[in-house]
Design a protein around this ligand. Sequence first.
Ligand SMILES: [Zn+2]
Length: 152
Amino acid sequence: MLSEEFWPLLARLHGHRCPMSIMGARLGYAAAARLGRHREKGDVTATYMNRNCAIDGVMLALGTTPGNGNLKIEAKGLNLLEAVNDESGLRFRLTLTEGALALGRRYGELRRAQAGEEEREEILVRLQIAPEEEVVEVSELPGGACCRRMDR
Ligand SMILES: [Zn+2]
């Protein structure tokens, strides 16, 4: 599980607490749990298919960043993360569940109405602590190190 220091650090990096930055962290952490965080068990590279708050969560949880060139952002409007460990060749595709996205939408409605401060906080905490399967859908992708090498 993500450490206690993680969430305040994410809020500091990102500038505010919000559902998408938290969901991004859940995506990144789900990837790290399977591939290792970048440089823990080899080099990890990832692509995130949207330009939104989730990017900062992915960066902090998975250790891949645009700055060091191993987090690519493709603005395709999809909340989809693909991550690969170049050493093991393991590849995963991670998306957000409908339930998690519904919580994010509910948060947005409340915020726009400047209402439900307590409910908004509950949504953020729930997204942080919910079991992985409530927030993230994970599938392993075929074609490991062998196929990547052929691409080069
Ligand atoms: Zn945000």
